[in-house]
Each structure stands twice: as structure tokens, then as C-alpha cells.
Design a protein around this ligand. Structure first.
Ligand SMILES: [Zn+2]
Length: 156
């Protein structure tokens, strides 16, 4: 896992990339000293999370989130699945944006849709707009069960 810390105005942005696994403990330990009251974690380039990484992340966040306002940005489907299965993966963080993954039966291609809080994030499972294939215009299928996928932002 690689970590890049950036300070923008009063916000600290932490970009994560690679795999969150047993090797990330050291990098996470170093992050404990990162200051700022508002911290955004950007998961865009995270490839996968395994169970050792998961444990390290939860231990890290529990301590890190004290007295901070935390946001998760660009949560990939892998991260969203963790969020939905394991509430402590999220802790007190708010989800700013997440990706949905859609598949077109016709073209056999996948496409990602970015959902942003306050913009196009669904607020109700009955309210998820159909996503059309960029290639053929057909309605696509979400790769995950859509009724459950948005649990982490619906407070269900
Ligand atoms: Zn298509």
C-alpha cells in the first residue's frame, strides 16, 4: 500500500493506493501523526483489501478518528463491500463518494459510475436511476445487489 498526504486549505487528503494487506500496518502507524481536523481518505486506487489489512485498518481508524471529521472519497466496489459488511471499517467517517459498477449484457463491458453525496447519491433504494451503457445505450445491471450496495450511505 502506498500513501500520499496532501494538505489543501484546512483539509488533509490521504490518497491510498495498492493493496490494504498485512504490509500496510507500518504505513498506517505513520499516518497516526497526520494532523488536521478534517481528513479525507481517497480510496480510488486501492486494488483490494484482505482480512489482515482489514484488521490493521480498523485498529488504525479507531485511534485516528478521535477528534477528527473523516470523509471517505472514491470508495471502490471492494471498499463499499467492506463498509456494508463491517461497520467498524467506516467508524465515524462520512461517505463523500463511491463507485457503482455496472455491466452491459449486450456489449459485455463494465462501467463505473461515481455517486457523490449531495449530488447523485441515491437516498432510497427505490430511487436508484438506471444506468445506460455508454456504448449501446441499453440499460445495464449493477454487479452488486443494488438494494444492499447503498446501505452504507442510507444508514440502514
Ligand atoms: Zn452496451
Amino acid at each position: 500500500m502506498k500513501v500520499k498526504v496532501e494538505h489543501k486549505d484546512k483539509t488533509t487528503i490521504i490518497r491510498m493506493s495498492g493493496m490494504i494487506n498485512e504490509d500496510c500496518e507500518l504505513s498506517l502507524d505513520k499516518l497516526q501523526s497526520v494532523g488536521g481536523n478534517t481528513v479525507v481518505f481517497d480510496f480510488k486506487d486501492v486494488l483490494s483489501v484482505n482480512s489482515c489489512g482489514l484488521r490493521a485498518w480498523i485498529n488504525f481508524l479507531r485511534k485516528f478518528e478521535e477528534n477528527k471529521e473523516i470523509y471517505f472519497r472514491h470508495c471502490t466496489p471492494d471498499i463499499v463491500n467492506q463498509l456494508n459488511m463491517i461497520p467498524s471499517f467506516q467508524g465515524s467517517a462520512k461517505i463523500e463518494s463511491l463507485y457503482g459498477e455496472y455491466f452491459c449484457e449486450n456489449c459485455k463491458i463494465e462501467q463505473l459510475v461515481l455517486y457523490r453525496e449531495g449530488e447523485n447519491m441515491p437516498d432510497d433504494v427505490d430511487n436508484i436511476d438506471a444506468v445506460l451503457c455508454k456504448n449501446c445505450g441499453n440499460e445495464t445491471e449493477m454487479l452488486e445487489l443494488d438494494e444492499e450496495y447503498f446501505d452504507c450511505v442510507m444508514g440502514a
